[in-house]
Design a protein around this ligand. Structure first.
Ligand SMILES: Cc1ncc(COP(=O)(O)O)c(C=O)c1O
Length: 490
């Protein structure tokens, strides 16, 4: 089948970056105090009391009251009881448009019956795990290989974090080198070595509390989208034993929150070839959201290794893996083979029948219904609607999308950076970012009160479960929030 992609038009990257530059130079625009008070009092206090009391109790047993970082919402997390298609439902009986989509995996929408029924059948026959081979491991790996020419082999793991760890281990074994270069600001899971340059390019180890600094001896970052900066790091590394791998998210850090030029990935490929480093694509978000051949198919660039997560288990648990060329994947072969070096990886629950089957049935359903492309059309409509509302209300906020991955920057926290040579700027910048984050949390609360669940108030994942009418309704809800921003035209 011909490839189809979620991205109809590649975003105008220079314009977006310039709009974001302009956004962060301006004073913060926040909700009018009376409007915020109204949302907090009339919605959260008066109508979310069952969630509030459950979270209050949970705080006694769970640090912060919730287990998942993305569930930690202002003024207090809500308790969700049902997810279906484009909707979420909370304990107090409210219905929301779901643009969090479980953090990305549910391209089909939540809990699609086509997958659920298959999963139920499987659970009835073999249960969720056996620790032994099941047919869906093969079916899933074959499906991926059929759609991604650079991934003839796939090893399933428990999470995207594990996939990134495995990728680095394989790259070091294959090249005999130690250095790993990542794009500043990108999140590649929470392993020690990659807790570097998180969110804010140039921030180095600053957010890696609890990780000894020496762990980063062989991790470097380069400024997002800057091929010259990457080349400088690679050249420097040549003096220090060379580079094992360059790891990037192909759309740019944080799922393209800071987008990169369309020819950036081919430039990285060229540099990797020049310096003998492996190219690792972290396709945890883009893998199948951009299309069934991933962002690598969209950009026409073949990485050596590809990290998978999220939708690879269809929104079911244990979603992760590493795929790539045979010459590298051989380091992940299970079993004992005397004399050959292996990268140690594992996981009791990795590739269990439940996650492999859920992943396989989800991907086949995405293919059957062209869901990635459909979700992209929804993302386009949502973004265009939000952009029109921002324009009408004369607000400097920045909205853009890469298919079904939509970004709505109201404070631009993700656009800050730290000059790589001026580390003394770090504390001051972090303080400003913290102040802006507070405002972003307020925005997230207002969206929630208007019936919209977002990812941290700044990212919106669209799914194929939306209709155009639903999107227009959601845009109306965003517009009601924007009407309450200080200085907005009414
Ligand atoms: C690009 C990227 N890589 C890696 C990860 C880590 O994946 P996981 O949460 O499954 O460990 C994430 C998670 O959001 C991600 O977005």
């Amino acid at each position: 089948m011909a490839d189809s992609f979620a991205i109809s038009t590649y975003p105008d990257v220079p314009r977006i970056l310039s709009d974001l530059d302009s956004l962060i130079r301006q004073p913060i625009r926040r909700l009018r105090p009376a409007a915020l008070e109204r949302y907090l009092d009339e919605y959260f206090e008066k109508t979310c009391s069952r969630s509030k009391s459950m979270i209050d109790e949970a705080k006694n047993y769970i640090p912060g009251g919730v287990q998942h970082n993305l569930a930690f919402n202002y003024p207090f997390p809500l308790v969700f009881t049902k997810a279906a298609g484009p909707y979420l439902y909370d304990l107090d009986g409210h219905r929301y448009f779901d643009f969090l989509q479980a953090g990305g995996p549910t391209i089909l929408g939540s809990n699609p019956p086509e997958v659920l029924n298959q999963v139920l059948d499987l659970l009835k026959t073999c249960g969720p795990s056996t620790g032994l081979f099941n047919e869906y491991e093969l079916k899933l790996a074959r499906f991926i290989a059929d759609h991604m020419p650079a991934v003839p082999m796939f090893r399933m793991l428990g999470s995207g974090t594990e996939g990134c760890m495995a990728a680095i281990r394989v790259a070091r074994l294959a090249t005999g080198r130690k250095n790993v270069v990542k794009m500043g600001g990108a999140y590649h899971g929470w392993s020690d070595q990659l807790a570097y340059g998180l969110r804010i390019p140039g921030s180095r180890h600053f957010e890696a509390h609890g990780v000894p600094k020496h762990v980063f001896k062989y991790t470097q970052e380069f400024f997002p989208g800057d091929l010259d900066a990457l080349e400088r790091v690679l050249r420097r590394n040549r003096l220090g034993g060379g580079t094992a791998a360059v790891m990037i998210e192909p759309l740019g850090p944080e799922s393209g929150t800071r987008p990169v030029a369309k020819d950036f990935n081919s430039g990285v490929r060229r540099l990797c070839d020049k310096f003998g480093a492996l190219l690792i694509f972290d396709e945890v978000v883009t893998g199948f959201r951009v299309g069934l051949s991933g962002a690598q198919g969209y950009f026409g660039v073949e990485p050596d290794l590809t990290v998978f997560g999220k939708v690879v288990a269809g929104g079911y648990p244990s979603a992760g893996g590493l795929g790539g060329k045979r010459e590298y994947m051989k380091y992940l072969a299970a079993g004992i083979e005397a004399g050959s070096k292996k990268a140690l990886i594992g996981g009791t629950m990795a590739a269990n029948p439940l996650s492999s089957a859920a992943g396989f049935f989800t991907l086949t359903e995405i293919e059957r219904t062209r869901a990635s492309e459909k979700a992209g059309v929804i993302g386009d409509r949502l973004t265009a609607g939000i952009q029109a509302s921002l324009k009408r209300r004369n607000l400097p906020f920045v909205a853009f999308n890469q298919g079904s991955i939509c970004h709505l920057q109201t404070v631009g926290t993700m656009h800050f950076s730290i000059d790589f040579n001026k580390f003394w700027q770090i504390p001051g910048k972090m303080k400003e970012i913290k102040a802006r984050k507070t405002v972003m949390e307020e925005m997230g609360a207002a969206y929630m009160a208007e019936g919209i669940v977002t990812l941290a108030g700044s990212r919106l994942y669209a799914s194929a479960a939306y209709t155009e009418a639903m999107v227009d309704e959601a845009v109306g809800a965003f517009d009601r929030v924007f009407a309450n921003i200080e200085g907005a035209l009414t």
